[in-house]
Design a protein around this ligand. Structure first.
Ligand code: FEO
Length: 168
């Protein structure tokens, strides 16, 4: 059984994950509007992964005797200065999420809630992967600068990403 405190904190994380999905969907639409279909597809997959994260926590809350509550999702930004700017914001967002997951683990440790701590370890590993993959894309955008052929090459590469539900 989850403590009320932990239930509330996990529900807040469900909302963050849903916001993340919404945020990346907005970025996907931005990329579609500037004819970068590969970047748009990459962001769409990212949005699907975030929805998966939200539902994973939702199921955990309900499975431990709590209740997942759907709160209002904040409106994400709709425009960015450049593809580089988008990926800078993605990395900053993922770093923020990593901090939130770490805080949840701290709470689980404080409450001696070993099951929740164990559940959250999947997210700890996932955040390491997410920061690394986003960081690698960001570095490519930094490398090409304003080179248009480089931009098209990155777009083609990002088009290869497909959604595979992460292994639990
Ligand atoms: Fe669900 Fe990208 O963190």
């Amino acid at each position: 059984m989850l403590s009320k405190n932990m239930e509330k904190a996990l529900n807040a994380q469900v909302n963050w994950e849903l916001y993340s999905s919404y945020f990346y969907l907005s970025m996907s639409s931005y990329f579609a509007s500037v004819s970068l279909a590969g970047c748009a597809g990459w962001m769409r997959v990212q949005a699907q992964e975030e929805l998966f994260h939200a539902i994973k926590i939702y199921d955990y809350i309900n499975g431990r005797g709590g209740r997942a509550i759907m709160e209002t999702i904040a409106k994400p930004p709709a425009d960015w200065k450049s593809p580089l700017h988008v990926f800078e914001e993605v990395l900053a967002h993922e770093q923020k999420v990593t901090g939130l997951i770490n805080s949840l683990v701290n709470l689980a440790v404080d409450e001696r809630d070993h099951a929740t701590n164990n559940f959250l370890q999947w997210f700890i590993s996932e955040q390491v992967e997410e920061e690394a993959s986003v960081g690698a894309v960001l570095e490519k955008f930094k490398l090409i600068g304003k080179d248009k052929s480089g931009l098209f090459a990155i777009d083609l590469e990002l088009a290869k990403r497909v959604f595979n539900p992460p292994t639990p």
